[in-house]
Structures are given as structure tokens and as C-alpha cells.
Design a protein around this ligand. Structure first.
Ligand code: ATP
Ligand code: MG
Length: 139
């Protein structure tokens, strides 16, 4: 089924000029980038986005990292886009990520792991709505 997922190219990726290389992996996997913009997340935006992790010990570090440099927020579209993108990203910890995945290729550590992708269709809808209006998504 054609669906949409939300993606972030994180500060470690933009800092190292990896936007194009990561987008190539995304597009080669058959996912279409139907919306994209480069933003500098505010602390409030990052805290809201990662609200589910607010009790975790790494929450402060995560918010600090996500606001440390620009990010690229994206909407990806394709068959089973949520699961497909999770597969393309690889495991959260790059040491455990499969060969050819974005995190295996580019991530620096479990915290600075280059990309975010929604973990369910419900969360994809919520996350897309936090950063994009309907008019900004051109499928
Ligand atoms: P994301 O939600 O960013 O797509 P994920 O779903 O693979 O990643 P989560 O468990 O949702 O992983 O964790 C969210 C993010 O928090 C991770 O991508 C990573 O940046 C950070 N994180 C997770 N675990 C740790 C940890 N042990 N130490 C530091 N940062 C962590
Ligand atoms: Mg997650």
C-alpha cells in the first residue's frame, strides 16, 4: 500500500555534507521525497518531537544534539514506506546496523545516528503534521 513516512536527516549528517548521499540511498530504495526543507529546530520543537523519550536518561543530550545544527525534514512516499524506511535506515545503533543501511554507511554513534524515521503510520501522520502543511507535500 502506498503510504507516507516522516524522515529527518540529523545534525551529524548535515554537518558532514551528507544530505545528497543519504537522499541517494533513500531514492535508490524506491522511496520518493515528496516534501523536504532544511530547518534549525528550536528546543521546543525538539522536546515536542521526542516527547515519548522525555523520561529516558539521554533525553537532554538528544534535544541538545537535535538543535545543535540544521536538520532536513522530509516526507517520503512509497509502498509500505514506514517499514521500508526503517529497513533502509538500519538499527538505532550503527554497530548493529546491516550492511548497506544509512546508519551502517554514515552514522557515528547510537546518539548521532544520521536519520530518524517514523515507527508507525499513526506516528508518521503526527510527525508530518508537526513540520509540514498539506500544501507543502507534493506527491
Ligand atoms: P529515531 O526515533 O530517531 O528514528 P529509533 O527509532 O531507531 O530512532 P529510538 O529508540 O526511538 O530509536 O530513539 C530515538 C533517538 O534517541 C535515537 O535515534 C538516538 O538518536 C537517541 N538514542 C536512543 N538511544 C540512545 C542512547 N542509548 N544513547 C544516546 N542516544 C540515544
Ligand atoms: Mg524512534
Amino acid at each position: 500500500m502506498t503510504e507516507r513516512t516522516f524522515s529527518i536527516l540529523k545534525p551529524d549528517a548535515t554537518r558532514r555534507n551528507l544530505t545528497g548521499k543519504i537522499n541517494a540511498v533513500i531514492e535508490d530504495a524506491g522511496l520518493r521525497i515528496v516534501a523536504q526543507k532544511r530547518i534549525h529546530m528550536s528546543k521546543a520543537q525538539a522536546e515536542k518531537f521526542y516527547e515519548i523519550h522525555k523520561e529516558r536518561p539521554f533525553f537532554g543530550e538528544l534535544v541538545e544534539f537535535m538543535t545543535s545544527a540544521p536538520v532536513v525534514v522530509q516526507v517520503l512516499e512509497g509502498a509500505d514506506a514506514v517499514a521500508k524506511y526503517r529497513e533502509v535506515m538500519g538499527a538505532t545503533n550503527p554497530a548493529q546496523a546491516a550492511d548497506g543501511t544509512i546508519r551502517k554507511l554514515f552514522a557515528e554513534s547510537v546518539g548521532e545516528n544520521s536519520v530518524h524515521g517514523s515507527d508507525s503510520q499513526d506516528n508518521a501522520k503526527i510527525e508530518i503534521a508537526q513540520f509540514f502543511t498539506d500544501a507543502e507535500i507534493v506527491g
